[in-house]
Design a protein around this ligand. Structure first.
Ligand code: HEC
Ligand code: HEC
Ligand code: HEC
Length: 136
């Protein structure tokens, strides 16, 4: 076996592997992962709120939330509380029983694991785990 024919398959395999890694990184970025919002929830004895970003952004333009509704582009950066939500601000602009199910569904938003700090999760990874568990 010549040196050339030995290295060729190995190089091709490495190229294929790096292509997969590049795609993964791009997808994670494009998803704008789930946002865990926990400025007040834990302290108030509620599970942290989870905002599934990808789920919403396929349904609405960025402008609807980040311009018209005034959401700042920062996880946890909006000082959201229930009085404001019930008053129709932030999540409450849609979760009012009209555009989407309303505020009495506490458990649909407050689903975070207690103690999880405010952060952005990689939604693609996070979504797969619960689905796999449900299928068992
Ligand atoms: C549409 C989503 C949504 C629903 C439904 C919802 N919440 Fe919240 N809630 C939030 C978000 C977002 C925050 C801000 C989280 C933070 O910063 O900790 C919050 C904050 C809170 C807080 C802490 C701040 C405060 O206002 O005292 C409490 C307590 C709370 N929610 C209770 C509830 C209860 C009880 C219900 C059901 C009657 C409920 N929530 C329904 C999204 C929701
Ligand atoms: C339905 C409302 C909604 C839509 C539509 C939406 N966002 Fe967001 N976005 C949010 C909320 C809520 C947060 C978290 C804010 C917080 O934690 O207080 C957020 C956070 C962010 C952040 C900061 C967190 C991160 O992932 O780095 C960025 C950047 C962002 N959005 C970009 C976008 C872009 C780009 C689009 C359109 C492709 C978009 N958003 C569409 C509601 C929305
Ligand atoms: C621009 C409108 C809009 C805003 C703002 C908005 N939502 Fe939603 N949300 C929706 C719609 C529409 C649905 C789908 C409702 C349905 O399936 O009946 C939804 C669904 C959800 C779901 C369920 C996702 C799933 O997998 O089924 C969660 C959780 C949620 N929203 C949380 C939030 C939280 C937390 C906020 C505020 C930080 C928020 N939403 C702000 C429109 C909005």
């Amino acid at each position: 076996m010549s040196g050339k024919s030995f290295w060729r398959p190995l190089l091709l395999a490495l190229l294929a592997l790096s292509a997969v890694l590049v795609v993964d990184i791009d997808e994670a970025r494009a998803e704008y992962g789930d946002v865990v919002i926990n400025n007040y929830s834990d302290a108030a004895g509620m599970r942290p709120a989870i905002f599934p970003h990808w789920f919403h952004r396929v349904r609405f333009r960025c402008k609807v939330c980040h311009s018209d509704l005034g959401f700042k582009f920062k996880a946890g950066g909006n000082d959201i509380n229930m009085v404001k939500i019930i008053d129709g601000q932030f999540c409450g602009a849609c979760h009012n029983g009209d555009i989407a199910w309303s505020v009495e569904n506490c458990n649909l938003c407050h689903t975070g694991k207690p103690g999880t700090p405010t952060q952005v999760h990689e939604s693609t990874v996070q979504k797969l785990a619960p689905v796999a568990q449900q299928k068992k």
